[in-house]
Design a protein around this ligand. Structure first.
Ligand SMILES: [Fe+2]
Length: 182
């Protein structure tokens, strides 16, 4: 993970988090309905999770996504201009207490469209106040960053690195995710 910069002077992440906290978002769980193994990436992942012993309906596997229409397209534009990378898919992910996203690569049915646009890039922005992030875990490849300042931006080693997230803390976890291209 490569440190890029800090954007907290541009974006008030506390207010963004509060603006989505009570919204429903898109809830993702490990069910046969969600895991359409005919889509690129899902079959491989499904096999790995099944081999690991996860069962469909496993209650600890859950995360919630919020998209720009919920937290503001202006945030995407500010962030994109700041890092000088064009946005492709941007979202805030939430993992509630006691939940997790086991090791996976993000699967997207239209990933080939991103690859045609240019060189794909992936970024994580740590948007929580560090005081609120105790027990929150984000792993990308072999790196887990726990000491960060609110607004710290990291670039992933690859647009499709293996990663995992979990919440063993006592507050819900929020993170900003940016897939883009140059
Ligand atoms: Fe992911």
């Amino acid at each position: 993970m490569k440190y890029i910069d800090n954007c907290s002077h541009l974006i008030n992440w506390n207010s963004i988090i509060e603006s989505v906290r009570n919204l429903e978002g898109t809830r993702v769980t490990y069910t046969k309905e969600f895991f359409n193994v005919n889509l690129p990436g899902f079959k491989e992942l499904d096999e790995i999770w099944q081999n690991a012993g996860f069962q469909y309906g496993e209650p600890s596997i859950e995360w919630i996504n919020y998209f720009p229409d919920q937290f503001g397209n202006n945030i995407v534009e500010e962030f994109s201009n700041f890092i000088n990378v064009k946005p492709w898919m941007v979202w805030i992910s939430r993992i509630n207490v006691g939940r997790m996203a086991p090791l996976h690569k993000d699967a997207h049915s239209k990933i080939n469209e991103l690859l045609l646009l240019g060189s794909p890039k992936r970024f994580t922005c740590f948007i929580e106040n560090p005081k609120e992030s105790f027990g929150h875990v984000s792993i990308v490849d072999d790196v887990c960053i726990t000491k960060f300042k609110q607004g710290d931006i990291y670039e992933w080693p690859s647009y499709n690195s293996w990663h995992a997230g979990g919440n063993g803390g006592i507050t819900d976890k929020f993170q900003f995710n940016f897939w883009g291209y140059v």
